[in-house]
Design a protein around this ligand. Structure first.
Ligand code: FAD
Length: 281
């Protein structure tokens, strides 16, 4: 396939495993995905700092293998000193990329945080560590579920850029028009950083529906109908998912997307299948 943007960058996201079995499994998945030569991996950070240690440990392990890795970070309920200590520990490991977020707020802890919105975290990172980190932020072509309006969401995205974000990764979506319209809206608002589509492979319809409802990603009606029709036939769901997501990735790259970020869900397949069919590297 033809990639319009020859500097396109590719990344794979993991979450920190909660068990020893999960840790061992992720080592295998990481080495299998590292063979595809992505530009970097990223590791999520639990709301309220619940996976702070898990994130740091996972990041450390990946970093030790020589892969570039970007920890996700949010203030959650942590203090300035705690976040600064974490930033310094990442600097000491030689890590120079972060994904800076407000994070999902666990119920009952919404006001505990001193720094709430992502733009405030970015300001803090720039204030304390200067230009050391390349800062990625999240953005939402189908609009963040808690936003008052399309325009205000773009306005708040712009604040993150003004605070020092270098590039953005989108929430996943299956409607490419939403992405390209969002790019136009951002350009009109003066946002000029690369906006990399987040790609969610489809493996399980029930989980995808639950996830999509909470994060505001739309599953188009035709896809929903098709996925529903497969019932418990997980092979057909996966096969359809690979076909749809591969075609989405092709259209995004052909339309000039600056790269792809895959939500791997700590699984090698189907990311690898999509990747191989795209013939990316
Ligand atoms: P913000 O940019 O702070 O925006 C949050 C909401 O507040 C939006 O509705 C926005 O319009 C509004 N807003 C923003 N700034 C202001 C302001 N200054 N004043 C008033 N309103 C404002 N969650 C996790 O818990 N851990 C992760 O590791 C994680 N990784 C993610 C990675 C990616 C690529 C993406 C797309 C999402 C990720 N999430 C993660 C989910 C994310 O934390 C949630 O979507 C969260 O609800 C918003 O985070 P944010 O950084 O986009 O928030």
């Amino acid at each position: 396939m033809e990639i319009v943007n020859t500097d396109a960058r590719f990344s794979f996201e993991f979450f920190p495993p909660r068990t020893e079995v999960g840790v061992e499994k992720l080592k295998v998945v990481h080495s299998e995905l590292a063979a595809l030569r992505p530009d970097f991996f990223s590791v999520t950070y639990g709301a309220g700092g619940s996976t702070k240690d898990g994130t740091r440990q996972t990041v450390t392990r990946i970093n030790e293998t020589g892969s570039d890795v970007a920890p996700h970070l949010s203030f959650g309920g942590s203090t300035r000193d705690e976040i600064l200590a974490l930033l310094e520990s990442y600097q000491a490991l030689g890590i120079n990329r972060l994904v800076a977020l407000r994070g999902d707020i666990p119920s009952g802890t919404g006001t505990a945080s001193q720094y709430y919105y992502a733009n405030e975290l970015i300001e803090f990172v720039r204030e304390t560590t200067g230009d050391h980190f390349h800062i990625e932020v999240a953005c939402y072509p189908e609009i963040h579920p808690q936003s008052d309006s399309y325009d205000s969401d773009i306005e708040f995205f712009k604040r993150k850029v003004e605070a020092g974000a270098n590039s953005a990764i989108t929430q996943y979506f299956y409607n490419q028009d939403a992405y390209f319209y969002f790019l136009d809206s951002c350009a009109k608002a003066g946002i000029d950083i690369p906006i990399v589509p987040g790609i969610m492979p489809i493996t399980n319809f029930t989980n995808l529906q639950r996830f999509s409802n909470s994060c505001g990603a739309e599953i188009p009606r035709w896809m929903r109908q098709r996925l529903q029709s497969y019932g418990d036939d997980s092979d057909s769901i996966r096969e359809f998912g690979i076909e749809v997501v591969q075609s989405l990735c092709e259209d995004l790259l052909a339309g000039g997307a600056p790269g792809l970020h895959f939500y791997s869900m700590n699984q090698t397949d189907p990311v690898r299948q999509i990747w191989q069919q795209l013939n990316l590297r």
